[in-house]
Design a protein around this ligand. Structure first.
Ligand code: HMG
Length: 445
């Protein structure tokens, strides 16, 4: 079977930053630690006036192609994953293709284009589509461009407002990939849920507390489904575990549950038993409530053990480095987590070639997916070319009044005329609407 996976990655952040502790918390009358420690986010990336899902996606794809010396003829497929689409018919991928055709020689007329929807998990599903297309031998030697792009905005004063974000991740999916090879095996956990949805409305209807429980329940199902074909998962088998990261506090909960599951009936559970006891087994309890209380007690003890803390520091923490400074990018979020971990490995001079990642994707509505990736020997070169640190440092730091105006600018229900806060340079920008209400873009040198 051909090795297929991610050959190149590019991350593009929205150009504005909202500092949660300094700027947002005082206006909300909240303790800054709720955001920085509880949710685990310091700042959110937001889009400037001239930015949207097309410009961010096109800018990520443009840089990825330039950096890797690609031409339009090398691309046989463009799939955009987004839950911020502004058109129910014309896919965002056509706009992005139009942008790319404006700056590269040739055209993308023979590339298949589409748009994927299933909340945040659609980025991973688009990678699946590309994987299947290549494995089926339909790609004619060409690669697929997968672009996860979102403006994750919530209604003002919704509790989700603290987890907003905006950015895009472009990924090249190809044979004999340089960054990671994808496993054939996958596990799914999927159910008809009403936790987070946008029934033909811009900002989501969210049952925040429930969404956290649904994430954990579906992720658990996906793990069990993966294990039914891929064998038991063990903590030491994976160098990093990138999860969908709506906010790092969510990953803290998922990682904890995952670790408890992975150590059950292992020598790790035995080794921890003198300190915290053994894991409660359902069959030992007549009463569900008593079982849940015992599990909670075990988890509280487990999370304070040196063994768990060391695993978390090594395996989970590096996946959160970028998310802490950008917030939730919905479809791009798990792909930011993978990139973040590899970036940390490069910064620390580690050699992770051949190591494995356990990747946990999630989308509200709801579905989780688990698969394994094997790190390939071109990972370091690719990751060393990321310029996300420079992008983050150059973001414009919003004051609260500016934040309110920018939120209004991107609110489809409002007509607000505001000057952009950053000066576009070497990037695609939104420049207004055409006669059929289509959105128009141009490249600024
Ligand atoms: P909230 O009710 O404002 O916050 O909303 P909270 O009171 O639950 O506090 C959050 C955490 O901060 C808690 O930690 C507090 O204890 C802690 P926890 O107990 O849960 O571990 N805290 C503090 N810590 C230290 N010092 C303090 C302090 N104060 C409080 N002073 C909520 C939180 C997540 C519900 C809200 O932000 C929300 O609705 N977010 C949007 C929904 C969401 O992100 N859900 C996540 C799962 S669903 C998902 O991931 C899918 C999604 O990406 C969409 C898609 O798939 O398309 C969203």
């Amino acid at each position: 079977m051909t090795a297929v996976g991610i050959d190149a990655i590019e991350i593009h952040t929205g150009k504005l930053a909202l500092d949660l502790a300094e700027t947002f918390a005082p206006e909300m009358g909240a303790d800054p630690a709720k955001y920085t420690k509880g949710l685990g986010i310091y700042s959110s990336s937001l889009p400037d006036v001239h930015e949207d899902i097309v410009t961010m996606g096109a800018n990520a794809a443009h840089r990825l192609m330039e950096r890797n010396g690609l031409e339009l003829d090398d691309i046989g497929r463009i799939d955009v994953a987004t839950e911020s689409a502004f058109d129910n018919s014309k896919p965002v991928s056509t706009y992005i293709a139009g942008c790319l055709e404006g700056v590269f020689e040739g055209d993308l007329h023979h590339a298949n284009k589409g748009e994927r929807k299933f909340a945040c998990i659609s980025g991973t599903q688009s990678i699946d589509d590309a994987y299947n297309w290549i494995q089926a031998g339909r790609n004619r030697g060409r690669a697929a461009l997968v672009i996860a792009t979102d403006t994750a905005l919530y209604a003002r004063d919704d509790p989700g407002e603290a987890t907003q974000g905006a950015g895009a991740v472009a990924m090249l999916i190809d044979e004999n990939p340089s960054v990671v090879e994808l496993s054939k095996q996958q596990g799914y956990g999927s159910a008809d849920e009403t936790d987070f949805l946008k029934p033909n409305q811009q900002f989501p209807s969210v049952d925040g507390k429930r969404s956290v429980q649904v994430y954990l329940a579906r992720m658990r199902e996906a793990v069990e489904d993966y294990e039914s074909i891929g064998g038991d998962l063990r903590p030491e088998d994976f160098r990093y575990v990138p999860f969908h990261t709506p906010f790092p506090g969510m990953v803290r909960k998922a990682a904890m549950l995952g670790y408890r599951h992975m150590i059950r009936d292992t020598e790790i559970e035995d080794a921890l038993a003198p300190e915290i006891g053994r894991q409660p087994r359902q069959e030992a309890f007549d009463d569900e409530e008593a079982f849940r209380d015992a599990v909670r007690e075990y988890m509280d003890a487990l999370k304070g053990t040196d063994r768990y803390l060391a695993w978390h520091d090594r395996t989970i923490e590096p996946t959160l480095d970028i998310a802490r400074h950008v917030g939730n990018w919905y479809t791009g979020s798990v792909h930011v987590a993978r990139a973040s971990a590899l970036k940390r490995a490069a910064a620390e001079g580690e050699d992770v070639t051949g190591d494995r990642l356990l990747v946990g994707s999630y989308g509200s509505g709801a579905q989780a997916e688990i698969h394994v990736e094997t790190i390939q020997n071109g990972w370091r070169e690719e990751v060393s070319a990321f310029d996300i640190d420079t992008q983050l440092e150059s973001r414009y730091d919003l004051d609260f009044a500016e934040y309110e105006r920018i939120h209004d600018v991107h609110n489809h229900a409002k007509e607000v005329d505001v000057e952009e806060l950053t000066t576009p340079s070497e990037e695609f920008v939104f420049e207004g609407r055409g006669r059929m209400n289509e959105r128009k873009y141009r490249y600024v040198d």
